[in-house]
Design a protein around this ligand. Structure first.
Ligand code: HPA
Length: 275
């Protein structure tokens, strides 16, 4: 893609959203595979199709709804991305900064990223959740490659406390009240859409990964660029390739995600209310 978006590009998209929702949301939640039930918990909901937002990408994944949903969780006004954009769909890394930068311009200060991931830690089991402590992204460029839009953030930015420690501490308290087992670990990005080879998973383990997936990292880096507080929560839908004898396939991921979606959505609701 030709980068070179101006600040005005992001302002146009954010203004379109702001005109249709009640308040500036304090938290944005990106819903990954199996998290859709969470969107149903939102009251006084307003939905906006991505296709109607000026400049916003459009999801190509049939399992992702492609809508923003704004409304209340308890007394907190939030906005959800019900459906996200992945590198494997054909977007450039650079295009993948758009949604989070738009949410930042809208005034959102805290971002919660959820995803489905494969476990490469033998102690982390299918149906467990994992708070992301840090990530590894060795593949591909940065979502901030190209001309820097200085109104959004600095050219060079640190990622020391990328996944905000304070938010993880709060999430750990919520985990104690949850039906789910919640771990903490390192998420490693793979571009997909193929699942990983057994050798790639062996390499990921040696490098320090606990879970692998095809999303989240571009959004996390964009959040760091524009100074948002960030929490990442992975739902472990399968053991990664080679961790068991079984082949990893997409229908297994979706089935396992659906099975724990109610518990995961309840945990997410508690976290969103508490942060
Ligand atoms: N690998 C990559 N992405 C995934 C996986 C996996 O095993 N499971 C769910 N998303």
């Amino acid at each position: 893609m030709e980068k070179g978006y101006t600040y005005d590009f992001y302002v146009k998209a954010a203004s379109y959203i702001r005109e249709r929702i009640r308040e500036v949301p304090s938290v944005a939640v990106v819903l990954g595979t199996g998290c859709a039930p969470f969107a149903k918990k939102i009251t006084d909901a307003v939905t906006i199709n991505y296709a109607d937002i000026p400049g916003f990408p459009v999801t190509t994944n049939p399992d992702h709804a492609g809508q923003l949903v704004a409304g209340y969780v308890g007394s907190k006004y939030i906005i959800c991305m019900n459906g996200r954009f992945h590198f494997y769909e054909g977007y450039s890394m650079e295009e993948l900064n758009i949604p989070v930068h738009v949410l930042h311009v809208l005034g959102v200060k805290t971002l919660v990223l959820t995803n489905a991931a494969g476990s490469c830690n033998p102690d982390f089991h299918v149906g467990d959740a994992m708070l992301i402590r840090d990530h590894i992204k060795l593949y591909g460029g940065s979502p901030m490659r190209g001309p820097n839009v200085s109104e959004l953030g600095p050219r060079f930015f640190g990622v020391t406390d990328l996944y905000t420690e304070k938010l993880r501490e709060i999430a750990k308290e919520c985990a104690k009240r949850s039906r789910m087992k919640v771990h903490e670990g390192v998420y490693m990005f793979f571009p997909g859409p193929q699942f990983e080879t057994a050798s790639e998973i062996r390499a990921a383990r040696i490098l320090g990964a606990d879970a692998v997936g095809m999303s989240t990292v571009t959004e996390a880096l964009t959040a760091a660029h524009c100074g948002m507080r960030l929490l990442g929560l992975a739902l472990l839908t399968n053991m990664a390739t080679g961790m068991t004898e079984e082949n990893v396939d997409g229908s297994e991921v979706n089935l396992n995600a659906a099975a724990v979606a109610p518990a995961f959505s309840a945990l997410l609701e508690d976290i969103v209310s508490s942060i």
